[in-house]
Ligand binder design. Structure first.
Ligand code: HAM
Length: 421
């Protein structure tokens, strides 16, 4: 027995293991292809940022900033935070690298881990992954429609069924304050019946009451006014145009007037995609416009819109059905030292043609080799022994029907590596 207790993964964090990791890789690969088709380029920002970025960007009174951030003092006393999301970082980088000086809309995408210290449950982790995109530099509703179209292309290409999109407009710096005042007045009347957080939010940031998750508060929240009736002319027209462009593209959506999203930077268009397979954490992705964020972070006017897919939830929603892809094309079993050398040489040659090959690491009985190969999901096993080397012909066993045939080296390469170029 070991003298030590085994060390376990941090609560709310997890390992992504094979074969699931192959599905993660596939999702990221398809996302990259679609981003490329829509002229988005990759940005990689640090995982750690100064805490003030999120306090100012995401909002002082959001759940993320008040309760969920991993914040620590660096050795020089500055306060740093593991990024809870990436939009604020992308806009920081946009400003810092003077991207506004280059013409056109900047279209950027990212993939990577985010950190929020939430209560872990199915679909909710403390380290989770997002695939996101941001288009910065235009307030045109055409950009909203294009980014949502891109999202639909991505979901379709990944065969995601059963998702629905909710859209809303949360107004702008002109019309939102009018709504907030109205909301505050209504909240004052019912505040004593709400949870303590909402009582505080009534004073500090009434809009945040609308995304309270406490079940007892929900009937009261349902009775509060909605913003749609109070949108200013500009916001109303913007929202109408977004909807009409989405209709042109035959993208199905439902207007959801109570959706405010949990981050303070949003203006005008907001959207979420929810999925039935996910239980309580049903938001697969979220996004929206943030026309004032750059200025809030000390930058020039730079209206933008983006979204982030929760990759963990996306994988859960896909289910394991299309996870069947095997990571190995061919397993080579060998008998004897000379056969091992021969097998290693064959494997090197096949691998140089991008065939995924696994070679048995130890001399084991054929039966055991077949077992290992089938556990790996290899569709074929090649058997190499002294006789096979002498005749330059190998036994190739198809594991799905147990049929075995003899193939020459040439036939082997023809079958697995394709015609010689
Ligand atoms: P968000 O709604 O906070 O938006 O997060 C986006 C998605 O990340 C959620 O819909 C969910 O799928 C996933 N997610 C969030 N928290 C967790 C968690 N603890 N565990 C697993 N998945 C989680 C944003 O982050 C914005 N930056 C989106 C955006 C981009 N808006 C404009 N541009």
């Amino acid at each position: 027995m070991s003298r030590h207790q085994p060390i376990r993964v941090v609560k709310g964090m997890r390992d992504i293991l094979p074969p699931d990791s192959a599905l993660w890789g596939r999702v990221e690969h398809v996302a990259r292809e679609v981003f490329r088709a829509y002229a988005y380029q990759e940005i990689r920002t640090p995982i750690v940022e100064v805490t003030e970025l999120f306090a100012r960007g995401v909002g002082q009174d959001t759940d993320i900033v008040t309760k969920e951030m991993y914040t620590f003092d660096d050795r020089d006393g500055s306060s740093l935070t593991l990024r809870p999301e990436a939009t604020a970082s992308v806009v920081r980088s946009y400003i810092e690298n003077r991207m506004h000086e280059r013409p056109g809309v900047k279209k950027l995408f990212y993939m990577g881990p985010m950190f929020r210290r939430e209560r872990p449950q199915k679909g909710r982790y403390r380290q989770f992954y997002q695939i996101g995109a941001e288009a910065i530099g235009s307030e045109s509703p055409t950009v909203d429609a294009e980014i949502i179209e891109m999202l639909f292309v991505m979901l379709n290409r990944l065969n995601l069924q059963g998702a629905s999109m909710l859209v809303n407009s949360v107004g702008c710096a002109q019309c939102r304050p009018v709504f907030i005042e109205r909301l505050r007045n209504e909240l004052e009347k019912i505040k004593d019946q709400l949870c303590l957080d909402c009582q505080r939010r009534t004073v500090t940031n009434p809009l945040r009451v609308l995304d309270c998750k406490v079940p007892e508060d929900q009937p009261l929240i349902e009775s509060l006014p909605v913003l749609s009736g109070l949108l200013c002319e500009g916001c109303k027209q913007h929202f109408d145009e977004v909807q009409s462009y989405l209709n042109d593209r035959k993208i199905p959506f439902v207007v959801s007037p109570r959706m405010v999203r949990g981050l303070d930077y949003y203006t005008r268009t907001t959207f979420e995609i929810v999925h039935g397979n996910l239980g309580a954490q049903n938001a697969l992705l979220g996004g929206g416009r943030y026309d004032g964020l750059s200025e809030d972070l000390g930058g020039p006017p730079a209206p933008g819109i983006g979204f982030s897919i929760g990759e963990d939830r996306f994988i859960l929603a896909l289910g394991s059905a299309d996870n069947a892809e095997s990571s190995v094309d061919l397993y080579i079993a060998w008998m004897g030292e000379a056969a091992f050398r021969h097998a290693a040489e064959l494997a090197r040659e096949l691998r140089s043609h991008n065939v995924a090959v696994e070679v048995a690491s130890d001399p084991v009985k054929l039966k055991k080799s077949l077992e290992i190969a089938s556990r790996l999901g290899a569709p074929y096993v090649l058997i190499v022994g002294d006789d096979e080397i002498a005749q330059a012909r190998y036994a190739l066993k198809n594991l799905s029907n147990s049929e075995q045939q003899t193939v020459s080296r040439e036939e082997l390469f023809q079958r697995f590596a394709g015609p010689a170029s």
